[in-house]
Design a protein. Structure first.
Length: 307
């Protein structure tokens, strides 16, 4: 038996609980890992709330929270290629196994080896935030010198997008609350505090001719406020708001395969995609870790160190 943290039914934080579960058995195309570090993401509480379908693997309650992790391979299911027992790996728990646990199963095609020199803590941040940053900027395909607006720059994904955009020599303007300013400016972002100024007015002053690309991480009315700032509405890409096509924009096209994970790891190893990790919690403090992300009070990436 191993300890896990998850939820007994869909709902708010009140449905969360610690529980013991038998060690999972990897199915076809899965690997069993000892979890060293789990990443914490907004998707976690959305799954708990029942607002996202299709990522729980149809597993019964209680379900384990968490979508990304780094750890060590303990066992292989059938039809697993390119991974061996003992490998240090990172990847996605796309079949509902969860990652806020001592052991879990990852989908092997969505799992990669951790390259030598990269820590498990950094690797655990890459499946969601790191590959999203790669995907959205590849989708935009902007040349050096282009101006990009990152709407909601302060979280783990936003800072990853900004860091990678700076590495591609783009001019990066980002929006966020006052608490997010320090980390954004430290990586070269021109910051607009939406609590102190009108974002659209401030952004137009900085880039009068319009933005070559807009990456939206906030959605809703915030997305609708900044979308008209794009020179071409097709270059408005949202990571979380599926209604973006109504504005002429596009939803991010995600690539969750091993190749993209390996690419994000190389960028992290080279310092181009260095995540801003602002909090490391033990598994026993997982409720506080997710609460910080769910409440929007954190800047950068939060992780849970399990092993």
């Amino acid at each position: 038996m191993g300890q896990a943290w998850g939820y007994g039914r869909h709902g708010g934080p009140e449905v969360q609980e610690f529980f013991d579960r038998p060690e999972p058995v990897p199915g076809r195309g899965e690997v069993l890992i000892r979890v060293d570090v789990a990443g914490v993401n907004p998707l976690d509480h959305l799954l708990r709330s029942g607002l996202v379908d299709g990522l729980d693997g149809g597993r019964p309650f209680p379900r384990v929270l968490g979508m990304e992790a780094a750890g060590t391979v303990l066992a292989l299911g059938e039809d697993v290629d390119g991974l061996e027992v003992g490998d240090a790996v990172f990847g996605f728990a796309l079949t509902g196994g969860g990652t806020y646990a001592e052991t879990t199963v990852l989908s092997a095609p969505n799992t990669a080896r951790i390259p030598e020199g990269l820590s498990a803590t950094v690797a655990a941040t890459l499946p969601v935030a790191g590959t999203t940053a790669v995907d959205v900027l590849d989708q935009l395909g902007l040349p050096a010198g282009a101006a990009i607006l990152v709407n909601g720059v302060g979280g783990g994904v936003g800072l990853a997008v900004a860091r990678l955009a700076v590495g591609r020599e783009l001019r990066v303007i980002g929006t966020g609350s006052t608490a997010k300013r320090e980390h954004a400016e430290a990586i070269g972002v021109r910051f607009i505090d939406y609590t102190a100024e009108d974002v659209a007015v401030a952004a137009r002053e900085l880039v009068p001719d319009g933005f070559d690309g807009i990456v939206d991480l906030a959605g809703g009315t915030s997305l609708r406020a900044v979308a008209p700032l794009a020179r071409d509405p097709r270059n408005v890409i949202s990571v979380g708001d599926m209604s973006v096509p109504d504005l002429g924009g596009r939803f991010v096209e995600r690539r969750l395969d091993r190749e993209n994970l390996e690419r994000a790891a190389r960028l992290a190893l080279d310092g181009i995609l260095a995540p801003v990790i602002t909090a490391v919690h033990p598994l026993s403090d997982a409720p506080a870790a997710l609460a910080t992300v769910e409440n929007g009070h954190t800047s950068g990436k939060v992780v849970i160190k399990v092993a």
